[in-house]
Write a protein that binds this ligand. Structure first.
Ligand SMILES: Nc1ncnc2c1ncn2[C@@H]1O[C@H](COP(=O)(O)OP(=O)(O)OP(=O)(O)O)[C@@H](O)[C@H]1O
Length: 356
């Protein structure tokens, strides 16, 4: 798939902008704070229904304006989809081919993207929350069932936590039993789907990592669930008193994590910065491959300011994956030598919220 046309209206520092994109490599070049990342953010929002850098989506509305609007024309193998994404102070609304989407989950799969930014290079060092976010965003894009299970899980978790908060004043074990039943049901589904996904991504990332490291490093991506599907009932019951005391739920996939091993050693603890970066690159490329396989179409690759962070051989490896994949690259120009060696479809200059 590829984006043919992108239009922004009152989105971040853009007033009105409309551009046609190339099927191949598109470069957005400009000084700092001109609006390059904002373009990628708009595309990312249309694919995942959330921003990659804020949980407060109304921040994307241009200052002193009422609403922001993004329109994308996405060309698929046999048809094309038009996505309209509207953000107001009150919330967001989406239409696909002019038909409003009732649930944001219906958007998933219309446009799929893999975003790679310097913050991703910290994936290994960051908190477990970021690694869970990585799993969730990737899985939701190609597995709607996962999205619905996850959404329900967090909804029930919130209700269970509310029940725990009220428990001291109003002890009601029957009510807690009811929440537990639902919470366990969704938790099991989330754990199962995460476990399958991590097994899949592990196989692909392992091969890629072996290639990048010239066969010297064996990567293992390990799912570290907070609780196993098989003993969740027992663990939730065992922790009930503690949960009542702390007024929060201590068991469940909201506490899951991922571990990365190279030749059996934990990269977070023992890996060099270069090794950590290579693991993240392997994971991103594995993600690209899996999406392509699962959806039968290549996703769009968004590279935000990432080239200068990678050394020559890693950059080359990354580019070897961009063939037949629409790629949008933001840069300040330092990386010119890198993309000079590639066949660039379109080069845009970004200046103060204008694209030339
Ligand atoms: N809601 C908003 N309304 C208007 N302008 C905004 C809004 N949010 C951010 N901006 C402006 O957008 C600009 C930042 O854009 P962006 O993050 O795309 O920069 P960039 O070109 O990618 O820069 P860098 O190279 O530093 O990453 C800043 O000038 C910021 O003030």
């Amino acid at each position: 798939m590829y984006i043919q046309e992108l239009a922004l209206n009152n989105f971040r520092n853009y007033g009105e902008v409309n551009i046609q994109l190339d099927k191949g490599i598109n470069i957005f070049k400009g000084d700092n704070a001109q609006g390059k990342t904002n373009v990628l953010e708009a595309i990312y929002l249309c694919a995942t229904a959330r921003s990659h850098r804020t949980s407060q989506e109304k921040e994307v509305i241009k200052w002193n304006e009422e609403a922001a609007h993004i329109t994308l024309d996405v060309q698929k193998r046999t048809f094309n989809d038009k996505i309209d994404f509207h953000i107001t102070q009150k919330g967001k609304a989406v239409a696909i081919n002019k038909l409003p989407v009732a649930k944001l989950g219906e958007l998933f799969g219309t446009l799929t993207v893999v975003m790679f930014s310097p913050e991703d290079l910290q994936l290994i060092k960051k908190s477990p929350k970021e690694r869970r976010r990585f799993i969730d965003i990737e899985l939701c894009q190609f597995n709607k069932l996962y999205y619905y299970a996850l959404k329900q899980y967090y909804k029930v978790l919130k209700q269970r936590n509310n029940a725990l908060k009220q428990y001291q004043q109003n002890p009601n074990p029957d009510m807690l039993d009811i929440w537990d039943m639902q919470y366990i049901e969704y938790a099991k589904e989330v754990i199962q789907r995460r476990s399958e996904f991590i097994q899949e991504i592990n196989e692909v990332a392992k091969k890629i990592h072996a290639n990048i490291s010239g066969g010297k490093e064996d990567l293992e991506v390990v799912y570290e669930p907070n609780v196993l599907e098989a003993n969740i009932e027992e663990k939730v019951a065992r922790y009930r008193q503690k949960d009542i005391m702390t007024q929060s739920s201590s068991v469940g996939p909201h506490r899951d994590d991922l571990k990365f091993l190279i030749n059996g050693m934990d990269v977070k603890v023992y890996g060099s910065q270069g090794q950590q970066r290579t693991v993240v690159l392997s994971m991103k490329l594995a993600e690209l491959r899996l999406m392509q396989e699962n959806l039968g179409e290549a996703p769009i690759l968004l590279l935000d300011d990432v080239l200068s962070e990678l050394d020559d051989s890693r950059q080359k490896y990354l580019f070897s994956y961009t063939e037949n994949i629409q790629t949008l690259i933001t840069c300040t120009g330092v990386e010119q030598s890198v993309w000079n060696s590639q066949k660039v479809g379109k080069l845009y200059n970004v200046v103060k919220g204008n694209i030339y």
